[in-house]
Design a protein around this ligand. Sequence first.
Ligand code: AHM
Ligand code: MG
Length: 341
Amino acid sequence: MTKQPGKLRTLEEYIIQTQNRFPGATGDLSQLLRDIGLASKIISREVRKAGITNILGADGSTNIHGESVKKLDIFADQQLISALDRSLITCMVISEENDGVVRLHHEGGKYIVFLDPLDGSSNIDVNVSIGSIFSIYMRPARHDGKLLEIDALQQGLRQVAAGYVLYGSSTMMAYTTGMGVSLFTLDPSIGEFILAMDDVMLPDHGNIYSINEGSYNSWSPGLKKYIKYCQVEDPETSRPYKARYIGSMVADIHRTLIKGGIFIYPESSRYPNGKLRLMYECNPLSFIIEQAGGLAIDGRNSILELQPEFIHQNTPIYIGSKQNVLKVQEFLKAEAVIERA
Ligand code: AHM
Ligand code: MG
């Protein structure tokens, strides 16, 4: 059940009112969320005019994954990092666009932030939705006060907040601090994010499946069978499901949050560990989906319980409405049993 807001509330007001419910809160996390909100408004403005300026398109360099980097990716990365640097609460940022960790000016800052500054960047050139994803952790205390890369390698369930900003037909921000998901729409006429939905819950079962089906031949037998199951007619379970795949995870997850269903980026012969990144794509979006009543697994285990080994690690992901995810898990398990027999 989704509550509709009574009167217009800006992101700023909402963050402050939520913080006031916790008498001991320092306001640092609120500040950090406001910083991300501000940077994303600037990114949104540039995304909106990308087609009419030369900011659009590849800048010729490649990121650490060997993918071509678009100029807007770099712009978004810089905006988010400098917003976080300015408020002196964040000590370290790990971003898809940077090889190693980025140490900010305030070494003593208490938060570590992971960023995918512009997810779905191959869609920039064709004017299809893209987004920024963030994931926030407390920096662990150390006796020697040092800050090490390993401090960032925390399980997703330790996230103190996470969210995304989707630059779609409108710009929307969703975030959670572990007490449900709140959704805001950017009103460009006043330059403010306005609360659109509070306590967003996704349907327990949905009739949409979302996967790059062109890779069918490289999937596991269990997954192939599950996708065939999605296509079989059975009105009782709303099948055949609809196929929808945008190719920007953040946009596919946003649709899943609103309409339910399942999004899958599996392990395959091409990507044995999946393609998507655990720390700045899968963890934050899993936190959002689970806070909205959904589920996210890597095939066997909860995404949020995975212990990361390195900052740019990949993982397979099956995420969405609880019933859909439990069903695919059944198919994967059944096939694993056959393989062992
Ligand atoms: P990126 O644009 O940050 O590199 O993200 C990777 C994107 C995801 O948003 C999307 O789900 C996936 O890559 C699509 O991959 P594919 O083209 O293999 O289906
Ligand atoms: Mg991405």
